[in-house]
Design a protein around this ligand. Structure first.
Ligand SMILES: Cc1cc2nc3c(=O)[nH]c(=O)nc-3n(C[C@H](O)[C@H](O)[C@H](O)COP(=O)(O)OP(=O)(O)OC[C@H]3O[C@@H](n4cnc5c(N)ncnc54)[C@H](O)[C@@H]3O)c2cc1C
Ligand code: FES
Length: 293
């Protein structure tokens, strides 16, 4: 992988933009909720992406991590690229400590996006996001959303919800109905319960559901979509070493026509977005993987 530019595009050239590797600076960390931070980076060139694509981020300078960390792209306008993340370990702690002007490196956009309006056709779209699964679906709704498309977001409690980012356009669920700001509403329970009960989603109109979040959420969304006969796409968050198909550290089990009935697919290149029916759910999310540096 040359440091300056990766020449080949990932997926069909007409739809998926080519990835670039570039330095970034002018970091701004903005707290969007008690647990979610928006990171705005200024890149040295404008980068286009599609909802569901991600970038590999790393510190630049003296102390980069051996492995960059994958993050879904929340938005990219001109040379500003934004991400939404939760601090869970050393890499995200280091991101939260970054100061304006400190350098980072960005490799992206990578991976296959969610279907766009052409693939979806006239079926209304249901977007179901949990926690840090919000960025790709937030971008989908902001970019393509039509009046019948609906967004559902599940968080821990009212303090964990990025109310400004959701801008009143998303239905919200919380595990615990506490710290809900005045004027805001949230269903107490699982986001999939909210989707299942939601009045506008009753009936047998064909729909397309897209989901990103923890594995139990994705499994529940896939099961609901199966019951309702909706098309379903999920974005999987695997541990990643390289982000572009070289290390095979991100494989997920998918259906295959071969003798075993399944095979390992690279989440970074063939995904992270997959049709839910292609995932071998009974094999997925079972293994415990080693930590990276
Ligand atoms: C395609 C893709 C998109 C992602 N988008 C986002 C995003 O928009 N916002 C966000 O906050 N996170 C996102 N993630 C997860 C993010 O990459 C991890 O949270 C991050 O790598 C953790 O780095 P760390 O060094 O802080 O944690 P580590 O010290 O490496 O790990 C801390 C904990 O997080 C778990 N963890 C590490 N990597 C992952 C992972 N990939 N998936 C699930 N759990 C993990 C570890 O098992 C461990 O329990 C995405 C992952 C993928 C694959
Ligand atoms: S992260 Fe290296 S092959 Fe997918």
């Amino acid at each position: 992988m040359p440091e300056s530019t990766m020449s080949e595009s990932i997926g069909p050239e007409s739809t998926v933009p080519a990835a670039v590797s570039c330095p970034a600076g002018f970091i701004t960390n903005v707290r969007e909720s008690s647990g979610l931070i928006r990171l705005d980076l200024t890149l040295d060139q404008p980068v286009k992406f599609l909802p569901g694509q991600f970038a590999m981020l790393n510190l630049a300078g003296d102390r980069p991590f051996v492995f960059s960390r994958p993050f879904s792209i929340l938005s990219a306008e001109g040379t500003t690229m934004s991400f939404l993340y939760r601090v869970v370990g050393r890499g995200t702690e280091a991101m939260a400590d970054l100061k304006t002007g400190q350098p980072m490196t960005v490799l992206g956009p990578l991976g296959q996006p969610f279907p766009g309006p052409t693939e979806v056709g006239d079926k209304p779209v249901v977007l179901v996001a949990g926690g840090v699964g919000l960025p790709p679906l937030h971008n989908w709704l902001a970019r393509y959303g039509r009046p019948d498309d609906l967004g559902f977001f599940g968080g821990r409690d009212g303090g964990d919800i990025p109310w400004n980012l959701l801008a009143g356009k998303w239905q919200v669920s919380v595990d615990k109905a506490m710290d809900i700001p005045a004027g805001q509403e949230a269903y107490e329970g699982l986001v999939t319960e909210l989707v299942a009960q939601y009045p506008a989603l009753q009936g047998d109109r064909p729909r397309v559901v897209m989901s990103c979040g923890p594995i139990p959420l994705l499994k529940a969304v896939a099961a609901l979509a199966h019951d309702r006969d909706w098309d379903c796409y999920v974005s999987l968050e695997e541990h990643m070493g390289c982000g572009y198909g070289a290390c095979k550290g991100c494989v997920v089990p998918v259906q295959d026509a071969g003798p075993d009935g399944w095979r390992n697919a690279t989440c970074c290149e063939e995904g992270p977005v997959f049709p839910a029916e292609e995932i071998c759910w009974d094999r997925y999310g079972v293994a415990t993987l080693p930590q990276v540096d």
